[in-house]
Ligand binder design. Structure first.
Ligand SMILES: [Zn+2]
Length: 100
């Protein structure tokens, strides 16, 4: 298992993991459970990280991850339900409405 990189928050980490899995890469999120229970750990130790389970997929995962990080991070508010959407989602995670 190899560490791919850090995500700025859990929502984005989950999105990236899902998108990597869509490409057949066995990715998962680590450390997010430390949020809120971190104690004396420096803040950057609490950020979610993306790990790749299968080392043979790592090079491909690195390329895909670079693409994800370049993706614009839209922040927008859903007009249907008022939910605030962050992290490049094209659809409201609450009600499924497309980005305006
Ligand atoms: Zn919505």
């Amino acid at each position: 298992m190899k560490r791919l990189g850090q995500a700025p928050n859990i929502a984005i980490a989950q999105l990236w993991v899902d998108m990597l899995r869509d490409q057949g890469i066995d990715a998962n999120m680590q450390r997010y459970f430390l949020n809120g229970a971190a104690g004396d750990l420096p803040p950057d130790q609490c950020l979610p990280e993306i790990w790749v389970q299968d080392d043979t997929q790592f090079d491909r995962a690195k390329l895909a991850f670079a693409d994800l990080q370049r993706m614009p991070q839209h922040n927008w508010v859903c007009q249907a339900c008022g939910e605030r959407i962050e992290g490049g989602f094209q659809q409201c995670w609450n009600c499924g409405t497309d980005m305006p």
